[in-house]
Ligand binder design. Structure first.
Ligand code: SF4
Length: 177
């Protein structure tokens, strides 16, 4: 079944959506090293995140198996640079929208690869590493977990990464065939 992913993304509420060219996606060890630095506190703590989500080589091989995709963004307005609540709300909105979009695309294309912003936060406490993931069909890895430099991906696909003073943007993508 044909699905216009950019149209569907806009209907889901994303401020920006564009076709994603798979040849612009290059998983980098440097990005993986940023994950390993542990800034987001999810490295080695979620099935969705490194090292559980696979080596950079295996992520690159997986990505290479897709033909196309969609890149989506939520952009929020901030009162000032210290507006942590505005950032949190925009992130929450983005994750909710992306959950909805990924669920719809997975119905039509079960083998698609949704890559979100930040790690999988579906369960308050992840089962990693003691037991298998509770929701493997709903788990979401991040673009960073797959070694993707999000600013570079945006640039190469004609989307801005930063929308100016007083804004915050979150970016995610879905790869499909
Ligand atoms: S769905 Fe739950 S168990 Fe699976 S990776 Fe996400 S948080 Fe962990």
């Amino acid at each position: 079944m044909y699905m216009d992913l950019t149209e569907l993304a806009r209907e889901t509420g994303f401020e920006h959506a564009t076709i994603l060219r798979v040849d612009t996606l290059t998983p980098l060890n440097e990005v993986r090293e940023m994950c390993a630095a542990g800034k987001c506190l999810l490295y080695g703590r979620r099935w969705s995140c490194p090292p559980a989500c696979g080596s950079i080589k295996s992520c690159a091989e997986k990505i290479a198996g897709y033909r196309t995709g969609v890149l989506v963004q939520s952009v929020g307005q901030l009162e000032d640079v210290f507006d942590a609540e505005g950032i949190r709300q925009t992130e929450e909105t983005h994750k909710r929208r992306f959950d909805t979009l990924a669920r719809q695309v997975r119905l039509v294309c079960p083998g698609c690869l949704p890559l979100t912003a930040g790690g999988c936060t579906r369960c308050a406490v992840c089962t990693y590493p003691k037991r298998p993931c509770r929701f493997p069909q709903k788990m979401l890895s991040s673009m960073e977990a797959y070694g993707l430099l999000v600013s570079d991906v945006c640039l190469k696909n004609g989307l801005a990464y930063y929308y100016g003073e007083g804004t915050i943007a979150f970016t995610s993508c879905i790869l499909t065939n």
